[in-house]
Design a binder for this molecule. Structure first.
Ligand SMILES: [Zn+2]
Length: 391
């Protein structure tokens, strides 16, 4: 079964796809796909998967494209998301964010690095597997998933639970500069509300101002952020008040309600339960209420952090793949942002690691971009990795 791997041949094949790969990436950048509006780009991606030779391709109920190669014992799932964040203020961009500008070895546009560069590289990695016959005792699934930017894990939970695709390993394709990602912090979105009693603002003593009730809570949250402890390798948890509001519509009425929204980034050991308990203890004697925000479908806006052992076989296979192809050991790093790994590893405990072309600092940025000389090596990595992992 095991055949000798010719690294040179793989790199050359990846190189030979360069023109087509760039063309395809520019094309999918030019199809805007903000979260929830991925239909058109999904169709284009499904067509390309079929064209390059994936054994099976379908689009699921939620709109994610799922491709399959091989029918071996070890099930490996590659995931890269096809939705993007909004472009923000168009005037701040120095070029059309939906054109896929190609200049001096760089492709520009919304989604170039987060995450369409990964989508294109994985897809062409699949082509390489088929063309060079890099099959092994593995089944490779590629999910080009929807809605990651607003609801990490949703698309994969549908595929894993409803479609019963149960991977042994997951590889998250998100920009990592061709290094290995082995975890990231989690995040929780919360809301605290205080109640008061409204009355005419000319006689405030007759009521109870809900905003005044909130004020000391806000100060305590600011202090809490400084006190949160670091836990390596994920570092320190964070908490921030990101919005304050009241339903009060009249400027001369004492408000009887106030709400604040919190973004809480969690390090290792900071579970949802602990986070809520910690906040409740800040409320003192007040009757303020703490809750975890929910999505429309009822899922909580809670995405656990995770970390995989540095010497896990998945990571070791990643290192060996890089050594074989590029002759050097990649850096093993945590990601600065949340990914679908919150679901696969954070919730389902399926060994997960990350790898992708592109520099993560351009994700969500104005003038987003990706270097072509990271795309082509990524293609060769995605093609060889399952072979090494399943050997
Ligand atoms: Zn992303």
């Amino acid at each position: 079964m095991k055949k000798m791997v010719d690294a040179k041949e793989i790199i050359q094949a990846a190189q030979s796809y360069k023109k087509k790969l760039i063309g395809f990436l520019r094309e999918i950048i030019a199809i805007p796909s903000p979260s929830g509006e991925e239909k058109k780009v999904a169709k284009r991606i499904a067509r390309e998967m079929r064209r390059v030779g994936f054994d099976e391709v379908f689009i699921d109920e939620l709109g994610s494209v799922v491709g399959k190669i091989g029918k071996g014992r070890i099930k490996i799932l590659y995931d890269a998301h096809i939705d993007t964040v909004d472009i923000g203020d168009r005037k701040k961009w120095s070029f059309d964010p939906y054109k896929g500008k190609n200049k001096k070895g760089i492709i520009y546009g919304r989604g170039a690095c987060d995450d369409k560069g990964c989508v294109a590289s994985i897809l062409y990695g699949g082509r390489l597997i088929k063309e060079l016959g890099l099959a092994g005792d593995y089944t490779l699934y590629f999910t080009a998933s929807v809605r990651e930017e607003i609801h990490e894990g949703l698309a994969l939970s549908r595929i894993i639970e409803k479609r019963r695709i149960r991977p042994d390993y997951v590889l998250i394709g998100e920009p990592s500069n061709l290094n290995i990602g082995y975890g990231h912090k989690g995040r929780i979105e919360l809301k605290i509300t205080t109640k008061g009693k409204s009355c005419h603002a000319a006689t405030p003593g007759r009521g109870k101002n809900a905003i005044y009730g909130m004020a000391p809570i806000i100060s305590r949250i600011e202090r809490l952020n400084k006190k949160l402890k670091a836990k390596e390798p994920l570092g320190k948890g964070m908490i921030a008040v990101t919005r304050i509001e009241t339903e009060n519509t009249s400027l001369n009425t004492i408000p009887d309600d106030c709400a604040i929204y919190l973004d809480r980034r969690t390090t290792l050991g900071e579970t949802k339960g602990k986070v809520i308990k910690e906040l409740k203890s800040l409320l003192g004697g007040s009757r303020a209420k703490v809750e975890v925000l929910k999505h429309e479908n009822g899922d909580e806006r809670y995405y656990p952090g995770w970390i995989l052992d540095e010497d896990h076989p998945l990571i070791l296979a990643g290192i060996e793949t890089c050594r074989t192809l590029f002759g050097k050991k990649p850096k093993i790093r945590t990601w600065p942002f949340c990914t679908n790994g919150s679901y696969t590893m954070g919730m389902k405990r399926i060994p997960t690691m990350g790898f992708g072309p592109g520099d993560p600092r351009y994700a969500h940025a104005i003038d987003e971009r990706i270097a072509i000389d990271t795309l082509v090596p990524a293609v060769s990595f995605y093609a060889l990795f399952p072979f090494i992992l399943s050997a």
